[in-house]
Design a protein around this ligand. Structure first.
Ligand code: XMP
Ligand code: MG
Length: 184
């Protein structure tokens, strides 16, 4: 796999750090306006959303609480099945809270639609979704997403929280991997 520089494994950059930062500024302004005077709980979905949560919440001008959830999608290989197991649940009680789920990427939408239904069953005042990336061509279920960073082509991407075999999460941009990295 990677030897030496992280950048060596990248085929092309899809979204630069500057593009990501500019879009985060816009989304944060929208969220700060929409949730003014509301009691917001930001729910980050581990592990991919760590970068988005960190960078997005630091741009908000409203106070928020943060909590984290880790889920794993049952299924063969890398395909999401929509059958989800909670690996780490929230600490927070959702009753009466305005929940903003923050995701790195929505692919088929199966994991997220399960997650939103699960969170809605816990008595929150509202549940909305913010995602940095979305692959519209991969959608298998319709998920109502309030804030989208970028719609991207249906290809595998890494960086800015997204991994291949737990690597590349720390790339400060989003890119595609050279085919040889997949062990071809
Ligand atoms: P769904 O249920 O929407 O699953 O199909 C979304 C999850 O799939 C992973 N995923 C990716 N991870 N690069 C990645 O590193 C990608 O291009 C990609 N597409 C989907 C990711 O874990 C996401 O939460
Ligand atoms: Mg994820």
């Amino acid at each position: 796999m990677s030897n030496g520089s992280l950048d060596n494994d990248i085929e092309h950059v899809l979204l630069s750090t500057d593009q990501i930062n500019a879009r985060l500024d816009e989304i944060a302004a929208d969220i700060s306006r929409d949730y003014a005077d509301k009691d917001v709980l930001v729910v980050g979905v581990l592990k991919g959303a760590v970068m988005v949560v960190a960078d997005l919440t630091r741009r908000l001008t409203i106070p928020v609480s943060m909590d984290w959830m880790a889920v794993s999608s049952y299924g063969s290989g890398t395909k999401s099945s929509g059958v989800v197991r909670i690996l780490k649940d929230l600490d927070a009680d959702l009753h009466g809270r305005h929940v903003l789920v923050v995701e790195d990427i929505i692919d088929s939408g199966l994991t997220l639609s399960w997650l939103v239904a699960n969170l809605r069953s816990r008595g929150p005042e509202s549940v909305e979704i913010a995602t940095m990336l979305r692959k519209p061509d991969a959608a298998k279920v319709e998920v109502d997403v309030r804030y989208v960073g970028f719609d991207i082509p249906n290809e595998f991407v890494v960086g800015y929280g997204l991994d291949y075999a737990e690597q590349y999460r720390n790339l400060p941009y989003v890119g595609t991997l050279k085919p040889e990295v997949y062990g071809g």
